[in-house]
Design a protein around this ligand. Structure first.
Ligand code: ADP
Ligand code: MG
Length: 253
């Protein structure tokens, strides 16, 4: 896609769980070469929205368009094949396998969740180009010196970047990241921000859910703020930082 091209669009997305409205008439857009952050207090509906955007879940009403096509009826594997890639908060690395193998397994499993089961197929992976692709992406994210280290020996920040390398396999045009900075030290956040900036400069569209305000403010192009399932503000980081409704949502809670 061309820089600035509309990649992902939510149109009036509503998701109800019984009587609870977790997302209410949400609209947002992500363009190529842009980083958008989705923020809001706990329970605001961010993860639910993330799931609607990545075809993990289906809106009760409204729709999500990825590169102009509705996600309706598509699986997360389908959208992965179309160029959307996400990290999962609860996918664990296989700590005693190498960094390279961990990424190769992820490449093998794009769009699915069963990492452990596919570890059993690693031998077959070696016959394919997956290891080459994994190596290429690990070099791209700056982990080229760690290919044969055990994944569990990496610092948390490096493990997080390993997960991004995994998501980058097969060259997506949109990356969805769920709280990428959570638990990282200051230096690690800086390294992560540098990597995401680099990917943006290559034309990647990135949407992240994030709690860490300092990380978000210094990095992203635009912010969408949610509270009680609804969008309460949208704008540049400097606008959001001084928006009274946002301050109220975070401090007044
Ligand atoms: P956030 O990620 O912003 O913390 P969530 O999207 O996880 O918020 O949750 C928003 C609301 O929807 C919460 O009240 C949560 O309990 C509810 N919720 C989320 N997923 C489900 C589900 N599968 N079934 C019922 N309620 C859910
Ligand atoms: Mg959440």
């Amino acid at each position: 896609p061309e820089r600035g091209e509309l990649i992902l669009e939510a149109k009036d997305v509503t998701r109800q769980f019984g009587g609870l409205v977790a997302n209410k008439e949400m609209n947002l857009q992500v363009h190529a070469g842009e980083i958008l952050a989705l923020i809001g207090p706990n329970g605001a509906g961010k993860s639910t929205m993330f799931n609607q955007l990545s075809a993990v879940d289906t809106p009760t009403s409204g729709e999500v368009l990825f590169r102009g096509a509705s996600l309706k009826g598509k699986s997360s594997r389908d959208v992965a094949n179309l160029g959307m890639s996400r990290t999962f908060q609860h996918v664990k690395l296989l700590p005693t396998m190498t960094v390279l193998e961990n990424v190769a397994i992820g490449a093998h499993l794009r769009g699915s969740k069963g990492v452990i089961s596919s570890a059993l197929h690693l031998e077959r992976l070696e016959e394919t180009s997956l290891l080459q692709e994994a190596e290429r992406q690990l070099k791209r994210v700056g982990l080229g010196d760690y290919l044969y280290e055990e994944a569990g020996s990496l610092a948390l920040g490096q493990q997080r970047i390993l997960e991004i390398a995994r998501a980058l396999c097969a060259d997506p045009c949109l990356l969805l990241l769920d709280e990428p900075a959570a638990g990282l030290r200051h230096k690690e956040k800086q390294a992560l921000a540098e990597l995401l900036s680099k990917l943006r400069s290559e034309g990647m569209a990135i949407l992240l859910v994030e709690h860490d305000m300092d990380f978000v403010m210094g990095l992203v192009d635009r912010i969408v703020v949610m509270e009680f399932g609804e969008k309460i503000a949208e704008g540049l980081p400097e606008e959001i930082q001084t928006n009274p409704a946002v301050l109220e949502a975070y401090l007044g809670g």
